[in-house]
Design a protein around this ligand. Sequence first.
Ligand code: HEC
Ligand code: HEC
Length: 274
Amino acid sequence: MKRTALFLILFCLQASPLHAAGDAEKGKYILNMGGCISCHHTPNQKGADLSGGLAIKSPFGTFYVPNITPEPDVGIGGWSDEDFIAAMTQGISPDGSHYYPAFPYTSYTQMTRQDLLDLKAYLDTVAPSKNVVPEHDIPFPFNMRFLMMGWKMMFFDEGTFTPNPNKSEVWNRGAYIVNGPAHCGECHTPRNSLGGSDTSKKFQGNPNGPDKEKIPNIRPKGWEEGDYRTALRMGMTPDGDFLGGSMGHVIAKTTSKLTKDDLNAVITYLVEFE
Ligand code: HEC
Ligand code: HEC
């Protein structure tokens, strides 16, 4: 009798989500795919980490990217897996307030639950940092977070990526990476005056991108697969130019770190984009 009870307890412990959740090793790969460090690092501090502080200038004001290390007071220590998934896929914080789309949850919403659990498992292993990040400097009325609820109703398309059954598995893997974790469209798709992505012009470039950068069109324009491979691995275009600015970060942190299969999938999707 006692032994049965013990078995039951052990069985439950093993089956509980606390143990089954994420794989931190895989999560580290997802972190790169998501380019999280490009935004969540601390400027002027060696060894880029996730302790936040970078200022992102936008037409709506300046955002200071938060500390996402597992520190309980100034980071996201103590967040449950569900808190994390709600932030990443619904743009909602554990206290129920709405995030600004300067945090690209508008793309991360497409990420699979398993990828997010793996990512959270990795974030839990990072050294906690006590770095305190300044408050956002957003003028009225944009400083009122509840307005983001209206913004979301207009421009936020929530939901996990759904594969296109008419396309190959490789194409679908590429579509997932580009539109979900790697959030390529957040820069390469132009935005309307309220900061919503203009999906009718997907990937057509943005003359007025983040930090006033001019962002090129990445719709197919005669590049061979090898041209994309060289650009996304080494940053060199077929004209012999080197890609820099924020794309330099994307190449260093994301596309050069993709496995061969994942990079091929991304390229397949870009080449066949219509
Ligand atoms: C383009 C810049 C950018 C990228 C890339 C980015 N974030 Fe963020 N993130 C932000 C900003 C800005 C906020 C603050 C949003 C707000 O205050 O409304 C934020 C907020 C968050 C929060 C909420 C923190 C809190 O204290 O409430 C989490 C969690 C988070 N990001 C995780 C991630 C993860 C994981 C990745 C990579 C998959 C990532 N972010 C990539 C800019 C970014
Ligand atoms: C943070 C903003 C940002 C994100 C995210 C981003 N890009 Fe870029 N991308 C740029 C900028 C800026 C340039 C122009 C760089 C330059 O000319 O030095 C660029 C250039 C490019 C080019 C070269 C185009 C040409 O005609 O020269 C390609 C291809 C490209 N990006 C693909 C991607 C892919 C694929 C992703 C997602 C994995 C991505 N980008 C994500 C900002 C971004």
